[in-house]
Structure formats: structure tokens, C-alpha cells
Design a protein around this ligand. Structure first.
Ligand SMILES: N[C@@H](CCC(=O)N[C@@H](CS)C(=O)NCC(=O)O)C(=O)O
Length: 205
């Protein structure tokens, strides 16, 4: 499999982290999204949205949307990271959908604007509201983690793999302070200590 990716991307890191935990071999093909490298005809043929990550399967089929790729890989490998119990599975889905609407736009986007010199007047206006909503999202995670080790209970699931990347990088750019969220800090340390863990910048796994 080939993972079309941009190393600083948390969406790409979700898939790299899952592959590392599952022991799957993937070849990394990197693009610089700040130079429009995902908007060529060749890339758009793989993902018309012009966005990484894209997972190219051995048969040439391409999958995009990071959380859809997580679900595909976990199901294809019958991994307990996606529980078979319908309620437990729905709880994992809940966090995956929530991440795309309530977490990623408020935490990942401001991080990108602030660290990649991508701020403009409109984004400056939007920033305070995004930060307020991002803190509400972090509080929701912190509350969920106060009585259990992981987001859906006491075992690691796709919910944690999906939310780890942008949460553990939330302070980058200066918009968030994770010391306000001690249960999140403990959860980050727990995941970093797991067998198979790789960092966001690790290319070999
Ligand atoms: N919802 C998508 C979001 C993907 C996304 O936003 N990718 C960004 C990098 S994190 C990108 O490739 N941006 C380049 C562009 O839009 O030109 C997912 O979860 O995969």
C-alpha cells in the first residue's frame, strides 16, 4: 500500500499511527500541501478533493477521508480497535464523526494557520470563536477521560487513534494550553508509552 501524505498532517498521522499499531507495511509518498502539490491532475484522479491523506491499495484503488481509511484498515484486519459489539462500535463512530465537525476545524485549522504562515484577515476574525469551540471540545474529551483510560472505556480504540494526532499537537501555534486538561495529558502519555507507538515525524514504521 502507498500512503500519499504530508508529514506534519494530523489526518495523515492517524493512518500512520494505526498502521504502526497493526504492524502494516506502507510506503510513504510525500507532498508539500503548502505548494499546491495535491492539486495536480494525477493527484485529483486519486482524490478529487485535492487533499491528503490518500491510501492507495495494492490493487490501485484509492481511499480518502482519514477516518474512513481508519475504519477500512481496522475492519480489513479484524482489529479489536474497532469493537464488534454494536453499541461499542457506535461509540467509536460517535467520536470519529465528532472529530470531523467539533474538533478538527477548531484545533487543527488554527494550528495550521498559526504554524504555516496562513493567517489572513478573515481567519484572524474567525480565530477567537474557533478557540472557544476548541476549548469546549478539549473539555469534552477531558471529562470523558476523567474516569477511564481511553475515550470509549479502558481499552484503546480507533476513537483514540483518530483524536490523538491533533490533540497532542494542540499547543503548537500557541492557541491552546493542555495544562488545563490533566486527563488529556495523562491519556497522551499513556498512548505514547504503548508498544508500536510512532511520533508524527517518524517516517519508518
Ligand atoms: N476530512 C479530511 C481532511 C483532509 C485535509 O484537510 N487534508 C489537508 C491536510 S491535513 C490537505 O491536504 N490540504 C491541502 C489542500 O486542501 O490543498 C480527512 O479527514 O482526511
Amino acid at each position: 500500500m502507498i500512503l500519499h501524505d504530508f508529514l506534519p498532517s494530523g489526518n495523515g498521522y492517524k493512518i500512520r499511527l494505526l498502521c504502526a499499531f497493526l504492524g502494516l507495511k506502507v510506503t510513504l509518498k510525500e507532498y508539500d500541501i503548502t505548494k499546491g502539490e495535491t492539486h495536480t491532475d494525477a493527484f485529483l484522479a486519486m482524490n478529487p478533493s485535492g487533499k491528503i491523506p490518500v491510501l492507495e491499495l495494492d490493487n490501485g484503488q484509492c481511499l480518502s477521508e482519514s477516518n474512513a481509511v481508519l475504519l477500512y484498515l481496522a475492519e480489513a484486519h479484524q482489529s479489536p480497535l474497532l469493537p464488534t459489539d454494536l453499541i461499542q462500535k457506535a461509540k467509536v463512530h460517535q467520536w470519529l464523526f465528532w472529530e470531523q465537525y467539533s474538533h478538527e476545524p477548531n484545533i487543527a485549522s488554527p494550528r495550521f494557520w498559526l504554524t504555516h504562515n496562513a493567517m489572513n484577515d478573515l481567519k484572524k476574525q474567525m480565530l477567537p470563536d474557533r478557540i472557544q469551540q476548541g476549548n469546549a471540545a478539549l473539555k469534552q474529551m477531558n471529562d470523558a477521560l476523567c474516569s477511564q483510560n481511553f475515550l470509549t472505556g479502558n481499552t484503546l480504540t480507533l476513537a483514540d487513534i483518530c483524536l490523538f494526532p491533533y490533540t497532542h499537537e494542540a499547543e503548537e501555534g500557541g492557541a491552546y494550553d493542555l495544562s488545563d486538561y490533566p486527563h488529556i495529558q495523562r491519556w497522551i502519555r499513556t498512548i505514547e508509552a504503548l508498544n508500536g507507538y510512532i511520533s508524527i515525524s517518524q517516517k519508518k514504521f
